[in-house]
Every structure is written in structure tokens, then in C-alpha cells.
Design a protein around this ligand. Structure first.
Ligand code: UDX
Length: 433
């Protein structure tokens, strides 16, 4: 077994990275300053839902490759390679708050007695690693190198993404750091792209900004489809067949959510402005993303304006998480849509296979035990997350349970013809119906 590696910050990224490196045969020590989280993790209990992570966590703990601590000193004593995976939440002005990185850097410096490779994995604005280098220069008593190794993990498929990356970006001007990191990633057999530190940071922000841009583009086109009778699914398919464009991230819906895209876009906008560069492109991407949620809620309101308005109507919501296979509610489109309908005095009841506990902290609505319960006596059903369970739902039964067969599908998961044949009044995103 190789020397230990340390992971500082045991959130989505840190935990997935730590567990996967352990699975690859490394000895890993994961750190977090949240006592209760570490207590849980030591017992093999996950603080988040991520498919497949649970069994890998338990196996690697029991086979002695994975340990947890709240003390950075425990990690910096044992490990040469230290990944910083702490959060960089946005401040009011969109600028990421880097104080957690700064504190971790100082703690590493205080507790290190030998050479360290400090790897910045948290998503940060370009030039942050330079700033980190300055901090380490000031406080570190031993030799060290800095590297930037951005993550491209999607929630819900994080383990698959870690184990099967399109590329691994390693930004560093140190041969030794590059060699150590390339060796760590060698078992994955993936292309490694060696860059300077600034470019590595910008690769991450640009990737997320471009993906967000594609989603907002197709969502604007979806609105035009609704006005003109074109069909956005057909448009996206035809556009995606152009190899220069590709088919991914062209799914129209109710906009992107989650913590990464919104936060990273805000951070990019902030740093563009700071450098005197027009950030209008990305400001528009962001604005469109939030408009699209309002627009979806307005379509519901408009439909009910024909029958006395939303007051007193019972609306069943299927799906709360920002996307399937996660319990993450952070900046989920469902929050804004539900709040808007509640402000119109609709009564909302909702079901999500995983996100209801997190939703309860945000939305004071009725929570259901399943799909049937959500449909029962509802004046309309809203599909807000494309969980597989909803795709497989017995629609004939659902129709019988509802007060009227009316569905607004924010994720376009059903075949329109089939829905019509079943007798539903079925509204999708980006089509004339
Ligand atoms: C994203 C990036 O994909 C990942 O590389 C990065 O490191 C972290 O941020 P994640 O936030 O987990 O991952 O979700 P992702 O699968 O990328 O989806 C983001 C949002 O976009 C979701 O709300 C999803 O519903 C939405 N989306 C995605 C669309 O609306 N249409 C699409 O075509 C694709």
C-alpha cells in the first residue's frame, strides 16, 4: 500500500474523492471540522445520499484503507499529498468565500513537518492557487508544492465520474507534484492534461459556464417553440446531430439548480467584472435560468385562470431534488416554483424519493408517502425532477386517482401521443401543447 493521502473537507467532493482513492488501493485519511459528520462517517454512515457510495465507504473502512478525523494535524503528519476539498460558498456579491481554504492552509502549515504536495480541488477563481502559494510561503516551515486538480463530478453519478473521467486536469509547475498525482490517477487509465495552475482553475469554471450556457440556450428556444408550435425535443435532437455541437446538455426543462452551476457562474461573472471584462453573456445565462422557473409557474397559473384561479386548488408535485439520484435541494427549481404557486394560494403536496427530509427545512407544504398519494384528488400534477420511478409510473392508475387528468411536465419525461391517448391534458416544456 502507498503512503497515506489526505482529503480536507468531507462534503460531496471530498468524500467521493477519498472513498474512490481508497477503493483504488490507497490509504486515505479524510478530515472535516464538523464533529457530528465525522462521528457518523467513522461508523460507516453517510451524511449525504450518493448512489453506490455507501457500500464503498463501509468496505474501505472495514478493510483499513479509510479513516476519518477532525484534526488536520492527524492528516498532515501521515500524508504527503493533501487535497483541499472544502466549500467555497458565494458571498453576497457572487465572489466565493475562500476563508475555509485559508484556514486549512494555515493549519496544514502549522502541523507539517515534512515536504507536502498541496492540491487545490475546491472550485475557485483563476489565480487562487497563486494566492494559496503565497500563504503557504509565509507560514510553511518545510518544502511544499502547489497543484490544481479540479473535479468534474456530477451528483448522482459521482463514483462513475471519478472512476471514468473524460480527462484529469493537473495544473502545476512542479515535476515532483505532477509525478505523484499522475501516479495516483494511473489506475484510471484516463487522459491526463498537464497545465499551469491558472489554466487548470479556469478549465473548471469555463466547463461549468459552458454547460450552463447550453441549458439556458435550449430553454430560451423552448419558449419560442411554445409560441410557434415547434418542438424543442426535435430541435435539440437536430442541433445535437451536428458533431461540432454534440447532444449533451441540450435538455430543455425548468433550468439548472444545485450548488455548482449557480455558484460557479456567479464566481466567473465576478472575476470577469473584476478584470474589466464584459460578463454579459453569463449574466444572461443566469437570468434566463431563473426566468424559466417563473415561466413554468406562470403556465400553471394561466391554465387555472380559466377555472377560477389557483386558490383552493390541490397541486401534487412529483420531484423536489434539483435532479434525480440525489437528495440535494440546494437551489432546486422546485423551491421557486412551489413558492410561487403557494403565493397564488394553491395547496401543494409533494413527493420525492430522496429529498423530502432536506425539503422540509425549506418548504412548509404537505409531504406524501408516494406517487399515488401525491396524485390522489389533485387538480394537477407537476413533474419537477425526472426520477426513474416517475417515468415508470402507472399512468392509468394515476389518472383514476386525480380529480382531473392534468399534468405539467417540467422535464418532458412522457411521450405526448401516449399521454393524449390516455386522456391526459399534458403540458410539456417547449412544445405547442
Ligand atoms: C455539475 C457538473 O456537471 C460537474 O462537472 C461539476 O463538477 C459539478 O456541477 P451537478 O451539479 O451534479 O454537476 O449536475 P449536472 O448533472 O451537471 O446538472 C446540473 C443541472 O443542470 C441540473 O439541475 C440538471 O437538471 C440541469 N440540466 C442538465 C438541464 O436542465 N439540462 C441538461 O441538458 C442537463
Amino acid at each position: 500500500m502507498r503512503e497515506s493521502i489526505a482529503i480536507i473537507g468531507s462534503g460531496y467532493v471530498g468524500l467521493t474523492t477519498g472513498v474512490c482513492f481508497a477503493e483504488l488501493g490507497n490509504k486515505v485519511i479524510c478530515v472535516d471540522n464538523d464533529d457530528s459528520k465525522i462521528t457518523k462517517l467513522k461508523k460507516g454512515e453517510l451524511p449525504i445520499y450518493e448512489p453506490g457510495l455507501d457500500s464503498l465507504l463501509k468496505r474501505n473502512i472495514s478493510e483499513g484503507r479509510l479513516e476519518f478525523t477532525t484534526a488536520i494535524g492527524d492528516a498532515s503528519k501521515k500524508a504527503c499529498v493533501i487535497f483541499i476539498c472544502v466549500g467555497t460558498p458565494p458571498k453576497e456579491n457572487g465572489e466565493p468565500d475562500l476563508s475555509a481554504i485559508e484556514n486549512v492552509a494555515k493549519d496544514i502549515a502549522d502541523t507539517s513537518a515534512s515536504y507536502k504536495i498541496i492540491v487545490e480541488k475546491s472550485t475557485v477563481p483563476v489565480s487562487t492557487a497563486r494566492w494559496l502559494n503565497d500563504i503557504m510561503q509565509k507560514y510553511m516551515k518545510t518544502d511544499f508544492d502547489i497543484a490544481v486538480n479540479p473535479e468534474f463530478l456530477r451528483e448522482g453519478t459521482a463514483i462513475h465520474d471519478f472512476m471514468n473521467p473524460d480527462r484529469i486536469v493537473i495544473g502545476t509547475d512542479s515535476k515532483r507534484a505532477y509525478g505523484e498525482l499522475a501516479e495516483l490517477y494511473k489506475p484510471l487509465n484516463a487522459p491526463i492534461f498537464h497545465t499551469d495552475i491558472n489554466s487548470a482553475e479556469l478549465i473548471k469554471h469555463t466547463s461549468n459556464a459552458m454547460l450552463a450556457q447550453r441549458i439556458s440556450t435550449i430553454n430560451v428556444i423552448a419558449r419560442l417553440c411554445e409560441k410557434t408550435g415547434a418542438d424543442v425535443e426535435t430541435v435539440a435532437k437536430g442541433v445535437g446531430m451536428d458533431e461540432r455541437i454534440g447532444r449533451h446538455f441540450l435538455k430543455a426543462g425548468i433550468g439548472y439548480g444545485g450548488f455548482c452551476f449557480p455558484k460557479d457562474l456567479d464566481a466567473l461573472i465576478h472575476i470577469l467584472r473584476e478584470n474589466g471584462i464584459n460578463a454579459g453573456l453569463f449574466e444572461a445565462v443566469r437570468e434566463i435560468n431563473f426566468d424559466i422557473r417563473d415561466h413554468f409557474a406562470e403556465r400553471v397559473t394561466e391554465r387555472f385562470s380559466q377555472s377560477g384561479g389557483l386558490k383552493g386548488k390541490l397541486i401534487g408535485v412529483l420531484g423536489l431534488a434539483f435532479k434525480p439520484n440525489t437528495d440535494d435541494m440546494r437551489l432546486a427549481p422546485s423551491i421557486d416554483i412551489i413558492r410561487k404557486l403557494v403565493s397564488e394560494q394553491a395547496t401543494i403536496k409533494a413527493y420525492d424519493p430522496k429529498a423530502m427530509e432536506n425539503s422540509k427545512k425549506l418548504l412548509d407544504i404537505e409531504y406524501c408517502s408516494g406517487m399515488d398519494d401525491t396524485a390522489r384528488d389533485a387538480d394537477a400534477l407537476l413533474i419537477l425532477t425526472e426520477w426513474q420511478d416517475f417515468k415508470d409510473m402507472d399512468l392509468t392508475k394515476i389518472k383514476d386517482l386525480m380529480k382531473q387528468p392534468l399534468i405539467f411536465d417540467g422535464r418532458n419525461i412522457y411521450n405526448k401521443q401516449r399521454m393524449q391517448d390516455l386522456g391526459f391534458e399534458y403540458y410539456t416544456v417547449g412544445s405547442g401543447t
